[in-house]
Design a protein around this ligand. Structure first.
Ligand SMILES: NC(=O)CC[C@H](N)C(=O)O
Length: 405
């Protein structure tokens, strides 16, 4: 059964989206027909829907696209950030009837059907987004098919679905086995047994030499992240979320990286303890998104849930260490609670907020002043998004160079 796209004569079945506060939106099935639940969040990215759908940090979230046309460039096998779609549901206004792009291999509707992802189209996504902005992110259900129960029954189901606060999800999305992404060279990336991983489709662009080894803790890593490191001569050993300190140091790393990932950082006790072990040894350390929240916790700061989060590819962030403003890719619903206006004394020395979001002053980066460690709340690997923040990978390289000098 297929949903909202396509040139088929039959319109797709009716669908309804029910929010946990009782508001409902009606439309047509898009992608698979059935029912699904998750946290309703909105993304403001005008492009990059493939990257959004396959970002493991969206596990258990129903993504509402504010861009009205979705699916215009179809789906290809080169752009996914992992081996599958992770969003639990997809909400669009007006799906493309026919994809058009030289790289397109199939329609987004077909891809959603093939992967069993339930979506809805024809929704007034502006009204829905405004509702979420006013009321905050909340649970939602999408139901489609010929026999949809009444809204009271649907609402009861939505209110029984698990909440995002308190959700410990990294282990559900991370690789189960370690694998190696080689440094820049003539080889293609090959990935073993990774449920969430780069695919062979990545071609390493130039020939160079291996300069560093990095242990990357996969909490739901996007495929572009090891690629950005590999481009800088780093051989990346991607380790499962459950890796121990011994396993990290067994690869003899010059640096340790903590990835993005789904869920509530206040549950991530194992990664926090692991990071504290790395900080004690003063090994150069870099964290992205979930990794930033884990650094916050490792230093003794709290984390909290934002009202509706930051998701999209046009968020202005200031690097307070240089004063420069960069336009950046985001996907986070939680944030670190650290003071913006002073250097904090932590058990690993002095720490400060290095980056801040200019829309709402949310902490977007942390750095230690006495140890080689830093992190950002957003996505310097982009995919999709602007490349303004790629310098952060060079900063990681500088830390590793500094440690050798
Ligand atoms: N992209 C991420 O790493 C997201 C981190 C965390 N799950 C959040 O929502 O804030």
């Amino acid at each position: 059964m297929s949903g909202g796209g396509g040139d088929r004569g039959e319109p797709p079945p009716f669908a309804v989206l029910v929010l946990e506060d009782g508001r409902a939106f009606h439309g047509r099935a898009y992608g698979a027909v059935g029912e699904t639940f998750g946290e309703a969040v909105f993304s403001t990215g005008m492009t990059g829907y493939q990257e959004t759908l396959t970002d493991p940090s969206y596990h258990r979230q129903v993504v509402v696209m504010t861009a009205p046309h979705v699916g215009n460039t179809g789906v290809n096998d080169e752009d996914p950030e992992s081996a599958r779609i992770w969003v639990s549901g997809y909400v669009v206004r007006d799906p493309a009837r026919k994809p058009s792009n030289w790289r397109s291999q199939r329609s987004l509707d077909e891809e959603l059907v093939a992967q069993g992802v339930v979506g809805i189209s024809g929704v007034d996504t502006r009204a829905l987004t405004r509702h979420l902005r006013e009321r905050g992110a909340m649970r939602v259900g999408i139901f489609s098919g010929d026999a949809i129960p009444d809204e009271g029954t649907l609402l009861a189901k939505v209110r029984k679905a698990p909440e995002m606060t308190g959700a410990d999800l990294s282990a559900e999305v991370a690789t189960k086995e370690a694998y190696v992404v080689p440094a820049i060279g003539t080889k293609r990336f090959t990935v073993a047994a990774a449920e969430v991983a780069t695919k062979e489709a990545y071609v390493v662009p130039a020939i160079g030499t291996k300069r560093f080894t990095v242990a990357a803790i996969d909490l739901g890593i996007k495929g572009m992240t090891p690629l950005r490191m590999a481009e800088r001569g780093i051989e990346v050993h991607v380790l499962p979320a459950t890796a121990t300190l011994e396993e990290v140091y067994a690869v003899n790393p010059d640096g340790v990286f903590f990835s993005n990932g789904p869920g509530d950082p206040s549950t991530a006790d194992h990664p926090v303890a692991l990071m504290q072990g790395v900080l004690e040894r003063s090994t150069p350390l870099f964290g992205i998104c979930f990794g930033n929240q884990i650094l916050g916790r490792a230093l003794g700061f709290g984390t909290f849930k934002l009202k509706y989060g930051h998701r999209g590819i046009n968020q202005p962030v200031q690097d307070r260490t240089t004063g420069k403003v960069e336009v950046t890719a985001h996907n986070h619903g939680f944030a670190v609670d650290a003071p913006l206006d002073k250097v904090s004394d932590t058990k690993f020395g002095r720490a400060e907020v290095s980056h801040v979001c200019l829309n709402d002053q949310v902490v977007e980066g942390l750095q230690l002043l006495d140890r080689p460690a830093f992190s950002v709340q957003y996505h310097p690997e982009a995919a999709a998004g602007p490349h303004d923040a790629a310098y952060l990978f060079d900063r990681f390289v500088s830390l590793m160079e500094g440690q050798r000098a």
